[in-house]
Design a protein around this ligand. Structure first.
Ligand code: SF4
Ligand code: SF4
Length: 422
């Protein structure tokens, strides 16, 4: 795609980066049929190609950041299904991640929008604040219909069950048997509050397979949430905190949350042009998703056969499948459990509507996408859905709670298979 961005604007490295991506698009339209928002609205402006035109127009100075234009950009999930589909290798993820901070800096959002975003950023990355907010939210839930839409969306996602107590994780958990590897684990901010068992299950599975687990103190949020809403300064602050907290003398930095993993692997881009860019690149190179790491290492502790056949559908988290290209590894781990019947979900490449804080900032589209995902999951007749991302897990638990289908992390499925409780 030819661009006409001024030389003055191109002095900015972020604009240059976006220009390079835009130029690779040949406007063939192959990406349209995999874009969840295009499938729902049928509007070209809610498609990857349409959004590329919009961003190009803004960068060229031909289009203004109006509420309508911003609405089309905000409706993008950042799911990167378009990156998977694009035959020309257009790095749309880089484009939208670079455009969002520009939009946040230059567009005057409504007071309600600003308040919602500020609240999310002041609460979600901090587990003690988030825990308090969830407790208060449960008290306020009966009055939800009196509240603004994003607040209602937040309340609808609160778990029905009481929050599990967060057990502090030890700083070092030794490997069982001969040590085969030593890793440092990102425990995640939202995940550690909503479902701390995911980390416990991950540690149990890793250690019984000869992996020593380090849980670095002071690691904080990885910056993914700030990144989703274009708050680049905050995302960089979190990235620097993580880089300081994690030791370098480990075989890998592991995460069990796809959204965190894709952000950690992009620290080089996030810190591009900053004095600590090289540290960001070095850190990013050590990051792996837990399924990627375990599948490559291999399980030395054989998983016993399930007592009965269990039908498990694997859900591709967008930030695992599209952003990191990890599809086979979790499936291989699950398929290795004797008596587990692994099934595929139709339209597996289409997002469930969670997408970081999207289900709060864009509740209508998120609800429609969740309904689509629920229909597809139920068509598989699975009794369990396995996924590698807390956002997807929470979203699908909300949509599937009436059906009795359990939604678990892939590590929880393995852990329960070891314990004979799946
Ligand atoms: S598939 Fe790729 S090249 Fe074709 S329109 Fe979409 S982004 Fe552009
Ligand atoms: S990132 Fe997802 S929602 Fe956004 S344009 Fe690409 S496919 Fe569509």
């Amino acid at each position: 795609m030819e661009t006409h961005i001024s030389d003055e604007a191109l002095k900015n490295p972020a604009v240059r980066r976006m220009n390079e991506v835009i130029k690779t698009c040949v406007h063939c339209g192959f990406c349209l049929s995999t874009c969840p928002t295009y499938l729902e609205t049928g509007s070209e402006l809610d498609s990857p190609r349409g959004r590329i035109y919009l961003m190009k127009g803004v960068l060229e100075g031909d289009l203004a950041l109006t509420p309508t234009l911003t609405g089309h950009i905000d409706r993008c999930l950042g799911c990167q299904a378009c990156v998977t589909a694009c035959p020309s290798g257009v790095q749309y993820g880089t484009l939208i991640d670079t455009f969002r901070p520009k939009l946040e800096a230059e567009y005057a959002r409504t007071p309600q929008d600003r308040l919602t975003r500020a609240l999310l950023m002041q609460v979600l990355p901090y587990p003690s604040r988030f825990r308090l907010a969830v407790t208060m939210g449960k008290v306020g839930k009966p009055f939800a219909r009196l509240m603004p839409k994003p607040m209602r969306a937040m309340l609808s996602l609160l778990p029905e069950k009481p929050l599990p107590n967060g057990v502090p994780l030890p700083e070092v958990v030794p490997a069982q048997g001969m040590r085969r590897a030593r890793i440092a684990l990102l425990t995640g901010c939202v995940q550690s509050v909503l479902d701390p068992d995911i980390n416990l299950a991950t540690i149990r599975v890793l250690t019984r397979n000869g992996v020593e687990v380090i849980v670095p103190r002071g690691q904080g949020c990885c910056g993914a949430l700030a990144n989703h809403v274009g708050q680049q300064h905050a995302a960089r602050r979190f990235a620097r905190q993580a880089i300081r907290a994690f030791p370098s003398d480990v075989d890998a930095v592991l995460t069990n949350a796809a959204g965190c993993g894709s952000t950690l692997k992009e620290y080089g881009h996030l810190l591009a042009g900053e004095p600590d860019e090289a540290a960001g690149v070095a850190f990013a190179n050590r990051v792996q998703d837990v399924s990627q790491f375990l599948a490559a290492l291999g399980l030395v502790d054989p998983v016993p056969a399930l007592r009965r056949s269990v039908r498990v559908a694997y859900h591709d988290a967008c930030h695992l499948a599209h952003a990191q290209g990890i599809r086979e590894e979790p499936r291989a781990l699950l398929a290795g459990i004797p008596n587990l019947q692994l099934v595929e979900i139709p339209e597996s490449e289409i997002c469930c509507g969670s997408a970081g804080v999207y289900n709060i900032t864009q509740p209508d589209m998120a609800r429609d996408l969740l309904a689509r995902k629920v229909r597809n999951v139920l068509s598989t007749k699975a009794e369990v859905v396995a996924a590698g991302n807390i956002g997807c897990i929470t979203q699908m638990q909300t949509g599937l709670q009436a059906s009795g289908v359990r939604v678990l992390h892939t590590m929880q499925v393995l852990d329960r298979a070891y314990a004979g409780t799946l």
